[in-house]
Design a binder for this molecule. Structure first.
Ligand code: GLA
Length: 676
């Protein structure tokens, strides 16, 4: 039995697409973009996006994909309130069958994984009041290299078998399709499922290659719009950006599917998973849990079980939300809801917290003296007279439900709190270097129609840090649409180890409705960097602040191998071996802290020997590009790079694709040094 995990090389171009899309700027009026609600699907299935579980993202074909997993997940759905929250389908993915069909042509369940057969697990799932799903491919074999049988040419036999087992959901993949037209292949299985007489949700999984959004309605109930998701921020972001432009095609019974959830699998932070879950819900995506719920944290259950957010996904109007504004990595998504409310997601894809503002009018609400604003992650209600504003953490999403409400004044004013450090350039990380005072600003904003009183600001840093206000920390009243700012001087003690540290703004005030004291806190992060020493040093010996890379990770003292950490070879440029340097792959950026104390970067740069790509090498000192190599290929001799970085707080080493895509763009920075 195979326990191997499959790798999909196509993932690489997804990252490139994501990087290319990062700078997209556009604006759409919310109202004009709203499709009319679609009539219910003819068969009444999937009137809201399907919710449930699928094992693929957590187990692939490892041994723990077996009947125990399925039973355990069904148990957890019930015991942890997920069934009650709406999760219904417990679905198997690839590798459940033996490679050969039975002599009569039937598929045969793997007897090691499913010793009691598939019907027994389906019965177990049904007995819990849940539904059961299975997987096949519209090809001669499924996608796994071990070659499990697909249903092409066996559609009716397989559909009948699935129906006899009690299958309620079929995910139908695209591998080994023998070049047969996709619409034909998927329509044939739709008809075979229909002929069984059993209601079965039909999930088209052809990765968006034949534009299923143009023909999938009426064939399947959902269709993948992209290649496979993986458990990384870059993958999630890239898929989001490909799926969010397909909003016109979704509606009850016919959904865009940006692939299953990675929430809880460990490759992203909880902030990033909240973003993933928020934006999938804003896009009315199927919510199929992809984590092994036997192994996840309480925070994962909290994210997956957020009923306020689930209600947005499952809203009966069935409209896919879309961005009405996206600029510089800050996005405002709006999803119209049944009854006239709007769901609004303020999404910050950047590495630094940022304020994102919109208004009731901009999100398409009618004029009103006030609106009820519910924060769907804090689960608090407030009122606003129109402004919607939040300082959103790096990679975070603030999500609201807002609607005109005649009784808006019953709720307290909507407040937003922030702690922001002065940045050395736009987009810089919130750096606090040891023994170097930095300026912070705390802000409390009031979007309500009533003042809050007796406001007091606090800035809370780790206990050994020094924090000193440099302006007033108190104000008697904060009125409508006012912001109360306090400036602070903060420093971390000498020798503070590099890392990320919480720094939060807390405001005490008096709730105008109740007269009771209240507090509001916003937690931000400070990055304490490694400080380079005086003299000349190899940068590959210094810890970077952050990196991005086109394929695989940036490699230290090796070339980029394009996949896993440490898979690169020796750094060689034109036959010369270099023991020190960085191996990157366009599009790439490696950032170091220099704290204004360094003067020069030097390196020999070029495309790695044997590679066919073309790249440019750039050095950025804070927000300024101070070196540009122009286009280099393997035909060019290694280029001597000398860049003046005097005074910069941070430097970035950037490799671009020279404008022709990122294929084979292995960019080597040999003998890379920094002088401070
Ligand atoms: C394809 C699909 C995945 C998964 C695997 C199984 O890659 O897109 O979601 O089903 O096949 O092999």
């Amino acid at each position: 039995m195979s326990t191997g995990r499959r790798r999909r090389p196509a993932h690489r171009w997804v990252l490139a697409a994501s990087l290319a899309l990062c700078t997209t700027t556009f604006a759409l009026p919310a109202n004009s973009a709203e499709p009319a609600p679609a009539p219910p699907a003819a068969d009444g299935l999937a009137l809201t996006p399907p919710m449930g579980f699928n094992n693929w993202n957590s187990t692939h074909c490892a041994e723990d994909f077996n009947e125990k997993l399925v039973r355990d997940i069904a148990d957890i759905f019930v015991s942890h309130g997920l069934k009650e929250a709406g999760y219904t389908y417990v679905n198997l993915d690839d590798c459940w069958a033996l490679p050969d069909r039975a002599p009569n042509g039937d598929l045969v369940p793997d007897p090691v994984r499913f010793p009691h057969g598939i019907k027994a697990v389906a019965d177990y799932v049904h007995a819990k009041g849940l539904k059961f799903g299975i997987y096949s491919s519209a090809g001669t074999k499924t996608c796994h290299p071990d070659g499990f049988p697909g249903a092409l040419g066996h559609e009716q036999r397989d559909a009948n078998l699935f129906a006899s087992w009690g299958v309620d959901y079929l995910k139908y993949d695209n591998c080994n399709n023998q070049g047969v037209n996709a619409v034909e292949r998927y329509t044939k299985m739709r008809d075979a499922l229909k002929a069984t007489g059993r209601p079965i949700v039909f999930s088209i999984c052809e990765w968006g290659v034949n534009k299923p959004w143009e023909w999938g309605k009426g064939v399947g109930h959902l269709w993948r719009t992209t290649i496979d998701i993986s458990d990384s921020w870059a993958s999630m972001l890239s898929i989001l950006k490909q799926n969010m432009v397909r909003a016109d095609h979704a509606g009850p019974g016919h959904w865009n599917d940006p692939d299953m959830l990675e929430v809880g699998n460990g490759g992203m932070t909880d902030t990033e998973y909240r973003t993933h879950f928020s934006l999938w819900s804003m896009m009315a995506a199927p919510l199929l849990i992809g984590a092994d719920l036997r192994k996840v944290t309480p925070e994962t259950f909290e994210i997956l079980g957020n009923k306020d957010v689930i209600a947005v996904d499952q809203d009966p109007l069935g409209v896919q939300g879309r961005p009405i504004r996206s600029a510089g990595g800050l996005h405002v998504f709006v999803k119209p809801l049944a009854g006239g409310d709007k769901a609004v997601a303020l999404f910050n894809e950047n590495d630094t917290p940022a304020r994102i503002d919109t208004t009731a009018a901009e999100v398409g609400l009618p004029a009103s003296a006030g609106y009820k604003l519910r924060d769907l992650w804090a689960h608090t209600d407030a009122h606003t007279t129109g402004a919607i504003s939040a300082v959103v953490p790096a990679h975070g999403t603030t999500m609201y439900r807002i609607g005109a409400d005649r009784h808006w004044f019953q709720y307290p004013p909507a407040l937003d709190a922030a702690a922001e450090v002065e940045l050395s350039y736009s987009g810089a990380l919130p750096v606090v270097a040891p023994d170097t005072p930095v300026a912070y600003t705390t802000t409390l904003g009031n979007s309500g129609g009533a003042p809050v009183h007796s406001v007091r600001a606090k800035l809370i840093a780790p206990p050994t840090w020094s924090v000193r206000p440099t302006s007033d920390v108190e104000t008697t009243a904060l009125r409508e649409n006012e912001r109360f700012r306090t400036t602070w001087e903060v420093s971390a003690p000498p020798g503070t180890p590099p890392g990320r540290y919480p720094v939060s703004a807390t405001f005490e005030y008096v709730n105008p409705q109740t007269g009771a004291p209240a507090t509001l806190t916003n937690v931000a992060e400070a990055v304490v960097p490694e400080v380079p020493h005086t003299g000349t040093q190899y940068l590959s010996d210094v810890s970077w602040l952050r990196t991005t890379n086109g394929w695989g990770p940036v490699e230290v003292d090796h070339t980029n191998g394009a996949r896993a950490p440490g898979d690169g070879g020796p750094l060689t440029l034109r036959g010369v071996y270099y023991a020190k340097g960085l191996g990157t792959h366009a599009l790439s950026s490696v950032e170091y802290f220099t704290g204004g104390a360094c003067s020069e970067v030097r390196a020999l740069v070029g495309v790695d020997d044997g590679k066919t790509g073309s790249v440019t090498f750039e050095v950025w000192a804070d927000g300024d590009r101070v070196y540009d190599s122009g286009t280099l290929t393997v035909a060019d001799p290694a280029r001597q790079l000398v860049a003046d970085v005097t005074g910069a707080k941070a430097i970035r080493l950037v490799a671009t694709d020279a404008g022709d895509g990122i294929q084979n763009d292995h960019a080597d920075w040999a003998d890379l040094t920094l002088t401070c």
